[in-house]
Design a binder for this molecule. Sequence first.
Ligand SMILES: Cc1ncc(COP(=O)(O)O)c(C=O)c1O
Length: 367
Amino acid sequence: MSDAKLQSVLSALSEVPRQLNALPSSKAPDAGCIKLNTNENPFALPAVVMQSAIAALERQYLYPENDNISLREAAALTYDLSRDQVIAGNGSSELLGLIYRAFLAPGDTVAMVSPGFSFNRKLALLQGADFLEIGWGEIHSLLSKQLLLGPAKDAKFILLANPNNPTGTFIPIADIELLVAQSDRLIVLDEAYVDFAPDDALRLVKRHANLLLLRTFSKSYAAAGIRVGLGFGHPEVIGRLRNIQNVFNMNVIGHAVGVSILSNRSAYDENHKQIKYERQRVSAALSQFGFTVTPSHANFLLARVPAGRDSVWWQASLERKKILIAVFPDRGLEYSIRVSIGTKAQMDAFLAAVSDIMGAEDLEGRP
Ligand SMILES: Cc1ncc(COP(=O)(O)O)c(C=O)c1O
């Protein structure tokens, strides 16, 4: 195709995907790297869950069940809800995408408590919506009522994650309930990391029609690659999302693993115990190295790096040692790194790399 023709084809297309600038320019991660950048849970699936995945492969020639009925029924039974109060997704990010498409038109406003999960900004942009970020400090303040009636009063819905990503902080459920009760908007509460936290908001779903709760099996149930997400809310809200969902949105393995995890949740107790133990150990070790660690209720730590270097420098230094971590240079977090909590061996390697990097810095006489 000639350059001129390509330009003509491209200029006829919508500009939105170009603005998103989402295409990664970097290479695929080296298989030898320790991945501590996307908050996966590195433990194996419990044997019984793995068996269900293998058995599901024998049904590979069939389309998966439509509308995810068995998975939704299993979730309803597990969480004491009705099937109409449950939606299942190909990961909770599919459900987030549905929420933006179903409830926002171009020019609408959506509010997110910030810093939060950055994928939301992209979804708002795709929808042509204004993305309003509200600081966590304001939410905690006694003025939360004025806040919700103030900047966010015109938002179609308000989104917050508890525990929050990337901070790992946790808001007591009583405070969440106050917010939901005070707001006349839909509150989307993303509980992706809730199994690492002291409490959850499931009980509020029955009490408040304006609460939409999201869960995922990617973090606490070690199934990020299988893609299972759940949403709980009022049947009318859930129904509107199901109406616009793709047919056959999940696959047979996701269905089988989702159902199996729901009936074997206690098989993960040891996994969660280990992650919480490592979280504490790594947090203490990083503090010793001069990092300032935000107390975390998730499977990751947000840590402000010692003076003298920024987060991007730390990311590059760790990557040279084959350890991947996350940074957020554009969000007021220029000096913070986010590190997922992995196995003991992975965290030992991470701490050894940090120690090496700090030692090399000292040798060069830098602060
Ligand atoms: C707060 C939050 N919500 C949702 C997701 C998406 O999870 P998944 O699509 O794997 O269910 C993530 C992933 O990192 C997250 O951090």
